[in-house]
Design a protein around this ligand. Structure first.
Ligand code: ZN
Length: 95
């Protein structure tokens, strides 16, 4: 057998292993998502983040410290719903 075909076999084996690792990660993420558990750890205390819906927006809440984490744009979405609040006026204030 030539070196070339040996290399090719090795590469295919390596690719198959990498693909299986990615599939396993996707499986874990999908199972966690269906159970309402985020795959991310709390950046403050390393607790588990659980997804909750607040005012129709998905937020991540830590089961250990109670911290609430918002994805990009979610705070703005929440504030736009209550545009009369002091925090909303402060957040969207110009200057
Ligand atoms: Zn936490």
């Amino acid at each position: 057998m030539s070196d070339k075909s040996d290399n090719l076999k090795r590469m295919r084996k390596h690719d198959a292993r990498a693909i299986e690792k990615i599939r396993a990660r996707i499986r874990v993420a999908a199972e966690a998502k269906s159970a309402g558990i985020s795959t991310m750890a709390c950046p403050r205390c390393n607790g588990s983040l659980k997804e909750n819906i607040f005012e129709g927006i998905m937020i991540d809440t830590c089961d250990k410290c109670g911290g609430v984490w918002l994805d990009s744009g979610e705070l703005e979405q929440l504030l736009r719903r209550d545009s009369d609040s002091w925090f909303s006026r402060l957040w969207f204030a110009e200057g």
